[in-house]
Ligand binder design. Structure first.
Ligand code: APR
Ligand code: ZN
Ligand code: ZN
Length: 370
């Protein structure tokens, strides 16, 4: 057991605070990781607002890279000193999804068995719920060894840690779920951190044209830096018509993009994606809707008549052990600009301010550096 500083959300809707927490020594199948960098994601804010569940207090943070400090018994996949990206999908290898060769749908992902606890305040001793089973706004955190994916230690922690959540979700939505590739057109509706990562994924895959849609000009400028070939400001023009026109220019006869990625998480933008897909095209929902949102009331004939696939993408349908090392290598070769996602490096006690800045047009990611 050791004590470290960490950012916790003690009560629903209250500002987060830096507290001292107890981190147990790793038990069987567990590892303690010395965190080097951890990005601030919308999901952390959702936890703080009680939008995910009521299991307060939360230990926030889940887009992280660091170095394995200690491992428990039976751990063979990592060793002390390994540079790792933390993932929230430690696959079991035995469930029916894993058995049929689709481990990114694993039904039995796991986290550390032991609990970290609060070490100070009136609720000292309370068990912490780590965000997405990670909890990396902490100098050290306890995770399942399977949540640690070793990657090339030459990589910058602040940049590659983002593969642990939002950037992987976006890249994977384009490449893994959407099947973006050379010869296909891709449109991305919503160009925040996730959508811009989808643009980068489409570019990495050789897709063209890559049409970025947003209501914020700053976001569109960032999308262009990351590889968008066409920009559509949907506060000014009808995005469905604009996507169709651009796709048709590139591929005569096309009635939309081959792959349309919805990265906002709203019914109206999903409906735009639905109508902006070409015949037999694919719609990917990667933005996270709230539980009260409904599928828009659309003619069934439009589902049938346009064909194709309506998919959702969870964590970019990634397999961390396959995707993280590959993407880190592409980053180190200069073919994937992960540094471009890091807007600012902040300290542990600045997470609350980063939440406030999250919706600024010019912030893709604030990253806590340890
Ligand atoms: N049309 C087009 N773009 C829109 C619209 C709209 N009607 N409304 C919002 N946007 C844009 C915003 O301008 C912003 O650029 O969508 C983007 C959303 O980006 P962020 O708020 O930065 O969110 P991000 O981190 O990218 O995540 C996207 O996935 O993880 C979930 O909760 C997250 O639902 C959110 C989504
Ligand atoms: Zn499984
Ligand atoms: Zn996240």
């Amino acid at each position: 057991m050791q004590q470290v500083k960490a950012v916790v959300a003690r009560r629903k809707g209250q500002p987060v605070e830096v507290a001292t927490i107890n981190v147990p020594s790793p038990g069987p199948g567990e590892a303690v990781v010395k965190v080097q960098a951890c990005g601030v994601c919308h999901t952390d804010l959702h936890y703080r607002e009680g939008g995910i569940n009521d299991e307060f207090p939360f230990l926030l943070g889940h887009e992280a890279a660091g170095v394995v400090e200690a491992i428990g018994p039976e751990v063979t996949s990592v060793k002390p000193g390994d540079f790792v990206i933390l993932n929230w999908r430690a696959v079991c290898g035995r469930c029916r999804a894993c058995n049929r060769g689709e481990p990114w749908y694993c039904f039995a992902t796991h986290n550390a068995t032991q609990k970290m606890t609060l070490a100070d305040g009136p609720d000292a001793g309370a068990e912490l719920s780590p965000a997405l089973g990670i909890g990396a706004f902490a100098e050290k955190t306890l995770v399942a060894a399977g949540q640690c994916t070793p990657v090339d230690p030459l990589a910058r922690p602040a940049a590659v840690g983002l593969l642990g959540c939002g950037v992987m979700a976006g890249l994977g939505a384009a490449i893994n779920t959407g099947g973006a590739t050379r010869g296909k057109s891709v449109a991305v509706i919503g160009c925040g951190g996730v959508g811009v990562a989808s643009v980068a994924g489409a570019a990495l895959a050789g897709a063209s044209p890559i049409i970025a849609v947003d209501i914020d000009a700053n976001k569109l400028a960032k999308a262009q830096e990351m590889g968008a070939t066409h920009l559509v400001d949907s506060s000014r023009v009808d995005p469905v018509e604009a996507i169709r026109a651009i796709a048709r220019q590139a591929q005569p006869g096309a009635d939309g993009a081959d792959v349309v990625i919805e990265a906002v998480g709203r019914p109206e933008t999903w409906q735009q994606a639905f109508y902006a897909r070409d015949l037999a095209g694919t719609v990917v929902l990667v933005g996270v809707p709230t539980p009260d949102m409904k599928v828009p009331d659309l003619p069934l004939i439009d589902v049938f008549g346009r064909g194709g696939a309506l998919k959702s993408s969870w964590y970019g349908d990634c397999l961390p052990s396959r995707d993280f090392p590959m993407l880190v290598d592409l980053y180190l070769q200069g073919r994937l600009d992960l540094d471009g996602f890091v807007t600012e490096e902040i300290k542990l006690d600045e997470v609350e301010q980063a939440f406030a800045r999250m919706h600024d047009g010019d912030v893709l990611r604030s990253v806590v550096i340890f």
